[in-house]
Write a protein that binds this ligand. Structure first.
Ligand SMILES: [Zn+2]
Ligand SMILES: [Zn+2]
Length: 103
């Protein structure tokens, strides 16, 4: 995990970059992504799903209230987790700021 040199926030992976809510971004090569996040992804399924899910595909939209930017349009998708209970987890991504969370 890396932290933002500008504001110290935790950096989140997004589309081959890591980015901070303050606007700082850092490009990652595919190998960097795998090196830095694969191990973590195995321990934390949420992170892995966000990194590997194809966020460019068309996703259904839903009405949301983003807790970061107050945006009202969001995309959602569901993921079959590989945990023992095999439950489905729904994720929501804010269309305005890209904030992603579990619904
Ligand atoms: Zn920052
Ligand atoms: Zn937002």
């Amino acid at each position: 995990m890396e932290f933002c040199p500008n504001c110290g926030s935790m950096l989140m992976p997004e589309k081959g970059k890591i980015k901070c809510s303050c606007g700082y971004t850092k490009s990652l090569s595919k190998n960097d992504l795998i090196e830095q996040y694969k191990f973590k992804g195995e321990k934390n399924k949420d992170i892995e799903i966000i990194v590997t899910d194809n966020l460019d595909k068309a996703l259904p939209t839903t009405r949301i209230t983003c807790y970061k930017c107050g945006g009202t349009k969001g995309y959602w998708w569901s993921v079959q987790t590989r945990s023992a209970d095999e439950s489905t987890t729904n994720f929501i991504r804010c269309a305005k700021c890209g904030n992603t969370w579990r619904s």
